[in-house]
Design a protein around this ligand. Structure first.
Ligand code: GDP
Length: 438
């Protein structure tokens, strides 16, 4: 690690336990910045038995000295943001002068939700399993140069005109296409002009803030949301999210240059899960999948949706490490595999009888993958109380070494439970993290 900065990215389809890992790692960082997505992230963090679900605000906020930044790559629902701020205040977390929102972030407005809800259930549309929070349509407006940014929301005249014009257009579209009842622009304005007042103290130019922090020698973590395979460019398109979830998103989503990134840390489960629709080569459909789901409590933090479960997919992890430039891996949920006698792992893909070494770009290719499995020995011992890597059962260490060798990135940390202290760092990684504190 050269610059005191790191991008932490989900290596699979999200829900890898990034929330917990970012929280653990944030001890070593002065600033944590989110760079993509919206309030669909749903990080679950457990501290001293108390459960926090953070949807928008970076987990760094749970450390008293850490600044939490919402970057320009985010789409911000001001109402959801203020609700989250309120909940954190109720829990005694200090948010004032610690949370910063980019003036260039895009704003989610009620018509984004209206369009998303209506479009997802419209006949003939391919269901991609969104969370219906308006995130996709807000990104559409951003790219169509039709969006409202936080800085514009703070100008009440601009806000009013924007809402009037947008409602005029979106109401007509939603009514014509989906028969949706129109939204009332005056009502929306009343609600959002008040929200803007409450939002204003948090708003700043976060690109300057972050670059200044880096120049001052502060350590900065860029926290990814969702996961690599949900990235708009590199994921299993169209079953993806609307933003750049991969490490590259940290650059465009915050306003720091690529030379400012010190390292990339990928977070992977010891197996794989996926929420919503879309291809999933190692998915288990029978009782083995149900078993993993039950052991891993694999239900969405925000939506409660059951997650699809499958064995570890090493070609996917290799691909993910490649597109992110991952240096270190954090392996979570090792404990979920504790009781298995044997653990199948996917080491290659076969498509139409041919071995394939790369990730297919098309959905049909992805769906026709036959995973080539190898079986590793299970350890059949509890690991949740273990705090040192060397004390992990031999078979667990072999499983991790195999993962490391096949994936092309070094294992830096292993997690064997949801709590902060159920985490062990390997010596080289611990050393690299220490160097951030200087
Ligand atoms: P994220 O979006 O990547 O942060 O993932 P989520 O927070 O949605 O899901 C991860 C879930 O796994 C949360 O309920 C965590 O508390 C839990 N978790 C994280 N690490 C571990 C682990 O090592 N073992 C177990 N059993 N649970 C974990």
């Amino acid at each position: 690690m050269q610059a005191k900065t790191a991008v932490v990215v989900g290596a699979q389809w999200g829900d890898e336990g990034k929330g917990k890992i970012v929280d653990v790692l944030s001890e070593n960082f002065s600033v944590v910045a989110r760079y993509a997505g919206g309030h669909n992230a749903g990080h679950t963090v457990i501290i001293g038995g108390q459960k926090f679900i953070l949807q928008l605000i970076p987990c760094g906020i749970l450390r008293p000295d850490c600044q939490a930044v919402i970057g320009n790559g985010i789409v911000l629902d001001p109402i959801a943001f203020l609700r989250e701020v309120g909940k954190l205040r109720d829990l005694g977390v200090n948010v004032d002068k610690q949370v910063f929102v980019s003036n260039r972030a895009q704003v989610i407005l009620p018509y984004h939700r209206m369009i998303e809800l209506a479009a997802e259930s419209a006949p003939g549309r391919q269901k991609i399993g969104t969370t219906s929070r308006g995130i996709g349509p807000a990104y559409e407006d951003k790219m169509a140069r039709n969006g409202l940014r936080v800085v514009d929301m703070l100008n009440s005249n601009l806000l009013k005109t924007h809402i009037q014009n947008a409602c005029h257009e979106k109401n007509a579209i939603a009514h014509a296409l989906f028969g949706t009842e129109p939204l009332n622009p005056a009502q929306i304005y009343e609600e959002y002009v008040k929200a803007a007042e409450q939002l204003a103290p948090f708003v700043t130019d976060t690109a300057y803030l972050l670059n200044q922090a880096i120049r001052d020698g502060k350590s900065v973590m860029f926290e990814g949301a969702q996961g690599t395979m949900l990235d708009i460019d590199h994921g299993t398109y169209p079953f993806v999210t609307s933003s750049s979830a991969t490490a590259g998103g940290a650059i465009t989503g915050t306003g720091v240059g690529p030379t400012a990134i010190g390292t990339v840390i990928g977070v992977t489960k010891a197996y794989v899960t996926r929420v919503g629709e879309g291809p999933f080569p190692t998915e288990l459909h029978g009782p083995e999948g149900e078993d993993l789901r039950a052991r891993g409590h694999e239900f969405g933090a925000v939506t409660g949706r059951p997650r699809r479960c499958g064995w570890l997919d090493l070609p996917l992890l290799r691909y993910s490490n490649m597109v992110n430039g991952t240096e270190w891996l954090v392996v979570t949920k090792m404990d979920v595999l504790d009781s298995l006698a044997e653990i199948p792992v996917c080491v290659g893909y076969e498509i139409d009888g041919k071995r394939v070494d790369t990730m297919p770009a098309d959905v049909r290719g992805l769906e026709s993958i036959k995973p080539i499995l190898t079986t590793l020995k299970g350890w059949q011992e509890p690991t949740e109380q273990i705090r040192e890597y060397d004390k992990l059962p031999k078979a667990a260490q072999e499983y991790l070494r195999f993962l490391e060798k096949e994936s092309g990135a070094r294992i830096g940390m292993v997690s064997t439970g949801p709590d902060r202290d159920q985490t062990m760092a390997l010596p080289d990684f611990a050393q690299a993290l220490k160097s951030l504190e200087a």
